[in-house]
Design a protein around this ligand. Structure first.
Ligand code: C5P
Length: 218
C-alpha cells in the first residue's frame, strides 16, 4: 500500500499580521512546518506546496510544487507533481503542527476501508446561524456537528475522479473530503486530537508553544 502526502504551505497567512506566512513562523526556534515534515517524512512521497521564495527554509530532498490561488488549486498542483501514483493520498495543512500519530494512523486506516476520511472533533461550543445584519436566525443542534481537521486521507483514484468533476463544473470546496462528498461517496470521520489546532492568529502560536513545552516535560 503506497501512501503519499501533499503538505500545504502555499497560503499567505495574513491573519497573523506578519510578513512571513504563518507556516514558516518560528515555533520554539523551528519553522512551524518542520513539525509536520518530521511526522510525515516516513511516507512514500511528500510533495510540499509552497511559494519558490520560501523553499530555502525547507529540506531540499522533498518534491516541491507551486501554490495556486485557492487551497483546492494548491492541492491539485501538489497532486500533479507526485512522481508516482499512490494508493492513498494524505492532504495536510502545514499550519497544523500538532497532529498525533494516532490521528494520522486512524485516517489512513479509515481511507483504506471506506475510501475517504478526515479527523473530526465533536463541537465544544454553540453554533448560531445569523442574518447579514447579525441577528440570530437559528441555533444549530450540536449533537451531529463536528469540527474538521487535517491530515485528511483519500484513495488517490477517488480524489482524481472528484477533481475531474470540480474542474468540469467549476466548483469551490474548502477541504479535500468535500470533493469526495460531491461524488456522493461516503467519508468516514475519525476522532482527531484536540491539540491539533490550526495556527491562524498569534494566540494559537502561544498555545502551540505551551503544548510543545508540556510534551517535552512529560
Ligand atoms: O488559509 P487557510 O488557513 O485555510 O489555509 C490552509 C492551508 O492551505 C495552509 O497550510 C495554507 O498554507 C494552504 N494554502 C495553500 N494555497 C492557497 C491557500 C492556502 O497552500 N492558495
Amino acid at each position: 500500500m503506497k501512501i503519499s502526502c501533499i503538505l500545504l504551505a502555499g497560503g499567505k497567512g495574513t491573519r497573523m499580521g506578519h510578513q512571513i506566512p504563518k507556516q514558516f513562523l518560528s515555533l520554539l526556534d523551528r519553522p512551524l512546518i518542520d513539525y509536520s515534515i518530521e511526522k510525515l517524512q516516513h511516507l512514500d512521497e511528500v510533495v510540499i506546496v509552497c511559494d519558490p521564495s520560501w523553499r530555502h527554509l525547507l529540506p531540499q530532498s522533498f518534491t516541491f510544487a507551486d501554490p495556486g490561488p485557492r487551497r483546492q488549486d494548491s492541492v491539485f498542483s501538489g497532486l500533479s507533481s507526485l512522481k508516482s501514483e499512490p494508493d492513498i493520498v494524505l492532504i495536510h495543512d502545514g499550519a497544523r503542527p500538532l497532529f498525533s500519530d494516532a490521528t494520522l494512523n486512524a485516517v489512513i486506516d479509515a481511507a483504506r476501508e471506506f475510501g475517504a476520511s478526515a479527523p473530526a472533533l465533536p463541537l465544544s461550543f454553540t453554533l448560531k446561524q445569523a442574518t447579514k445584519e447579525r441577528f440570530v436566525k437559528k441555533t444549530l443542534k450540536r449533537e451531529n456537528l463536528y469540527e474538521i481537521q487535517t491530515p485528511q486521507a483519500v484513495r488517490f483514484s477517488l480524489l482524481m475522479e472528484g477533481y475531474k468533476k470540480v474542474h468540469r463544473e467549476n466548483l469551490e470546496v474548502t477541504d479535500d473530503v468535500s470533493i469526495v462528498e460531491l461524488l456522493g461517496h461516503p467519508v468516514k470521520l475519525v476522532l482527531g486530537n484536540r491539540e491539533n489546532l490550526k495556527i491562524t492568529t498569534p494566540i494559537d502560536l502561544v498555545v502551540a508553544e505551551q503544548l510543545l513545552l508540556q510534551h517535552a516535560n512529560v
